[in-house]
Ligand binder design. Sequence first.
Ligand SMILES: C[S@@+](CC[C@H](N)C(=O)[O-])C[C@H]1O[C@@H](n2cnc3c(N)ncnc32)[C@H](O)[C@@H]1O
Length: 412
Amino acid sequence: MLCVTDKPEEGNAFGKATLADWQQVHGRLPPLLVRYLLSADQGDWFTRLVAYLLWVKKNAQGPWPMYINMLPKVDELTNLMNYRPDELEEFQSASFAALASQERTQIRDLHETLFSSSSGELKALKLADSLDDTVWGCCMVNSRGFSDVVNGETVSLLVPLADMANHSLSPNAAYRFNVEQDAFEISALQDVEVGTEACISYGCTGKDNRGLMRDYGFALPGNYNDRIPFSAGDDIASQLAAKAAGGTQGSQGRPSLDGWRLMATLGLGGRPSIGRYNLDTAADAARGDSEQDVAQRRRLAAVMSLNPFLRFPGLPRPGSGTAGIPEWSQTELQAERRSIDALLAQCSSMMASMPTSVETDEQLLAAAAAGGSGAGPQMNVRRQQAVRVRLENKNLLLAAQAVLQQYADSLS
Ligand SMILES: C[S@@+](CC[C@H](N)C(=O)[O-])C[C@H]1O[C@@H](n2cnc3c(N)ncnc32)[C@H](O)[C@@H]1O
């Protein structure tokens, strides 16, 4: 394995000693690389592990060439930093495109200042002849690196073969560094049937699909952390748009929904804390891969997206359904309906801003999976992944529309 630590100085379990052991087995490393790997103040664990991997890729013998050959090639990587500008359009999302180009800029800087064989600080090591080499190394460490805290020391590792385990919201296996055995272990958390995939948790349970795409290059169907970017309607752009459209949004102001009534209608329990409704418990109960769990997580993410617009009159109210919620006057009812309509209109306009339909996206993915020509010759792995992401974004909007419609129907 390749290992770097946050405390590489002598005397720590995984610093100098580990590097010395590695060299005994696999051969000497150049002094410049050893100095870089052991200097805590020069670069963080991430850049040190990338440097280590890039050197191993080009130079190490023994089992390393076989491992490197098993790793995906740069063309196969779907991490956001690897997207080209024309491929970014496939996300149909300004926020994914913005994050991707920010990532690309950062990686170009890192390449030029550190890894580049012609200009970087480590140029004598000839680690990266092109930007693609640096992108590859960074994506590998981002998406395949493990980290663990052992005796107070944070270790970051690349562990051949162990890094084949995929991420699951309901993992049946877990990893740890076993200090007594001096071994990295993946062990089952439960009985695992023959033929069942062993999955671990990447420890990314709080990441939305943008974060997952940035770090790993995949997105989760029904990611509970995803949020619809509803506008409060009080920013200048919305006010101007509302004015141009006849002033309805401006005159109505920020949408506001009765949180108690909405949750009772949707059959959701829980209560708000620190001004924010929390559905983590319900999301925790729907961590499986079944369509039902995916749909439930989307619905919960849709409700959580409405959080900024929820009010909870008469806090604290026990979660006892609609019982005890006072009758509304016609004026109050109309105000509530206007807010629902305003939020539904935002869903429709976000949906309309994406050029393809759910059906088209599904057909494109089915054609790509079947390997037919329906997806067109341009449908490389990054484009396919972007289509999956935009389809997920649309499904989240559909879930929000369903939630809002259910609430609207309950008021009539
Ligand atoms: C550590 S590797 C896991 C093994 C990987 N399948 C392989 O051998 O190349 C991490 C990569 O696997 C993929 N991956 C892991 N978990 C996934 C999941 N739940 N859904 C889709 N792709 C996943 C992503 O491409 C990620 O960057």
